[in-house]
Design a protein around this ligand. Structure first.
Ligand code: FAD
Length: 340
């Protein structure tokens, strides 16, 4: 992957049907991707993976089980890689909350950076054996899920700290454009945004620093710190977004269309009435509102703060499972002078 500079999409999340039923109890077994045929030259799989970030711009889709599996669930214990344009792989692009901006001709960055997270349907896809990593070995599915999700939760923290940095930059610029640079409560809010970004970043970095070598020679990050970073992200991104919106003002919600700004009659009027401080051209203020709208309201990004890499309950469970709780109990008893 590194040598050829390939991009991969992690195909983990099954559509899952009734959450109260195990894969084999589902009335339609296809809601968990599974092996439908084993052949001499490979396997045939069917199912659907949803919210597949960047699947359309990835060279390869690496499919993993979405959950731990038990004996009797062998057909769902499957991991493999296929090129994203393999026959039978159907990418259905999901709608984004800012689609209508794009229809107005506004570049929200989605086309350039392929922000979309399609539902990817595997309609009887053939996978040759040399691309199959797991096929029926249920005992490894929990480990695969745990390794993937720990790395993903750590990288989310580092990534979203960078997003808050951009939000801080946007808030400070907006203060200059609006003439609120010297307003005390705005400075306080910027400080509150920065400390959230740095805590998130610190947690994510610490997960790497505390990483340990695996028998294969690769390093595995500290899963407790990785999950702590993700929990922090789920709560604090919302707070950082709230602070940025507070500083910027109401046009985050209802900035006129680019077509109106370009309109020969209405455009000049809008530009007259949307001017902030005399120091900045009105066009820059409009552009900055557009960026803030995207950072605050683009559905894929704000929802991924919470559900990306697994929902918050999964992070909490992992933290408890992976934490060395016994040494904490021993430390407390030692300090209290209790000898068992
Ligand atoms: C923008 C975005 C990008 C993503 N990118 C990818 C990607 O690239 N690849 C990928 O594989 N996945 C991706 N995901 C998927 C993500 O991992 C899932 O959204 C997440 O695991 C939650 O699954 P779900 O959406 O099916 O919600 P659900 O699993 O239905 O969860 C909804 C709620 O129900 C709770 N719940 C569900 N089942 C149970 C149960 N049995 N018992 C108790 N509580 C339960 C959950 O804890 C949560 O609170 C992405 C998600 C988003 C939003």
């Amino acid at each position: 992957m590194q040598k050829n500079d390939l991009v991969a999409n992690a195909g983990v999340t099954d559509v899952k049907g009734d959450r109260n039923l195990s894969p084999k109890e589902q009335p339609d077994k296809d809601v968990y991707l599974h092996v439908v045929e084993k052949r001499a030259d490979g396997i045939v799989v069917r199912g659907a993976k949803c919210h597949q970030t960047g699947s359309l711009s990835a060279h390869e889709i690496i499919v993993l089980p979405t959950r731990a599996l038990r004996k009797g669930e062998e057909e769902f214990a499957v991991a493999f890689a296929v090129p994203s344009d393999t026959a039978g792989v159907i990418h259905v692009v999901g709608r984004s909350s800012l689609d209508t901006r794009e229809q107005d001709g506004c570049d929200c960055g989605n086309r350039r950076y392929s922000k979309y997270a399609p539902t990817v349907i595997f309609d009887n896809v053939f996978v040759p054996w040399n691309r199959v990593f797991l096929c029926g070995e249920v005992e490894f599915s929990a480990d695969l899920v745990a390794y993937f999700s720990a790395f993903h939760r750590q990288s989310h923290g580092g990534c979203k700290a960078g997003k808050i940095d951009c939000m801080v930059g946007a808030a400070l610029t907006m203060m200059a454009y609006n003439g609120t640079e010297k307003v005390g409560h705005h400075k306080e809010k910027v400080i509150d945004m920065i400390h959230r970004a740095e805590t998130l970043y610190g947690c994510s970095l610490a997960a790497s620093y505390e990483g340990k070598p695996m028998p294969s020679g690769t390093y595995f990050i500290d899963p407790v710190l990785a999950n702590a970073s993700k929990i922090h992200e789920g709560k604090e991104m919302a707070e950082a977004t709230r602070l940025m919106i507070d500083i910027a003002g109401g046009f985050v919600a209802d900035l006129p269309s680019d077509r109106d700004f370009d309109h020969p009659e209405v455009g000049p009027l809008l530009k007259k009435y949307l001017k902030g401080s005399n120091q900045a051209p009105v066009e820059n203020r409009i552009k900055m509102f557009r960026l803030i709208e995207k950072m605050a309201m683009e559905s894929a990004d704000t929802i991924s703060d919470i559900h990306g890499g697994g929902s918050p309950a999964a992070h909490r469970l992992t933290i408890f499972r992976e934490s060395d709780t016994r040494s904490k109990v021993e430390a407390a008893k030692r300090l209290a002078g209790i000898e068992d």
